[in-house]
Ligand binder design. Structure first.
Ligand SMILES: C[S@@+](CC[C@H](N)C(=O)[O-])C[C@H]1O[C@@H](n2cnc3c(N)ncnc32)[C@H](O)[C@@H]1O
Length: 211
């Protein structure tokens, strides 16, 4: 069984996508994708040999070695010019680790990024847009009291406004959950800092929540 957090990523995947799942760990998402025939094959990788061992064990358990190729290594460095990959999945990681992974020349070949970060979403939106991507879909996920945002980036010029970089795109699903999370975070900092700029942000979010 996979978590709702992982399952929430499935709808962004098309059968024709040529995918690498970076930081696959247990490889549960990848096993689910293949078993349920969402895709025919996938490359999965992890920087940790122990994590990848667990993934390989699970893949073997389901007899899926012919469909899931495992690679040990750091981010996109596990790919070479003979690989034809156009889609990257990175889930369950922080924004700075995700950005480190994306900062790689192989990104030129990539058309779609399916990213699930657990913090610093504004930095993620801004930096990935600076890498030549635009946001196609966004959804806030609450899993075991922890917030994640799924963001699907597609190659192209970003059309995001400054507000969308900070607060998410207009069409973001479950945006109220994210606004309440931001409000709580900003209020805590404001209590100590009395920063006037933060107060403006708090007022802005309260207005959005009341609309
Ligand atoms: C918290 S787990 C998330 C696993 C899975 N993607 C999920 O969403 O449940 C993060 C995994 O990413 C791996 N990881 C961290 N940095 C990495 C990198 N630069 N390249 C490849 N894997 C990495 C870790 O070893 C770990 O197994």
């Amino acid at each position: 069984m996979i978590s709702n957090r992982l399952k929430s990523l499935v709808k962004y995947i098309n059968k024709t996508d040529k995918i690498i799942d970076i930081g696959c760990d247990h490889a549960l998402l990848d096993i689910y994708l293949i078993k349920n025939k969402y895709i025919n094959n996938i490359i999965v990788s992890d920087i940790s040999s122990n994590a990848l061992k667990q993934g390989i064990k699970n893949i073997k358990k389901y007899n899926l070695d012919n469909y899931i190729e495992t690679r040990l290594g750091n981010g996109l460095n596990v790919l070479n010019n003979n690989d034809y990959i156009d889609t990257i999945i990175i889930s369950g990681m922080g924004t700075y680790t995700i950005l480190d992974i994306l900062n790689n020349k192989y990104l030129e070949n990539i058309n779609k990024l399916i990213i699930q970060s657990n913090k610093d979403y504004d930095i993620l939106r801004e930096e990935v847009c600076n890498l030549g991507f635009n946001i196609d879909k966004e959804e806030v996920i609450l899993d075991k009291d922890k917030i994640y945002i799924n963001i699907v980036f597609i190659k192209g010029k970003s059309k995001l406004s400054k507000e969308e970089i900070i607060y998410g795109t207009k069409d973001m699903i479950n945006k109220e959950i994210y606004y309440k999370y931001l409000l709580d975070k900003y209020n805590k900092i404001y209590l100590l800092s009395k920063d006037i700029k933060l107060k403006e942000k708090i007022d802005y979010i309260e207005k959005m929540l009341s609309n």
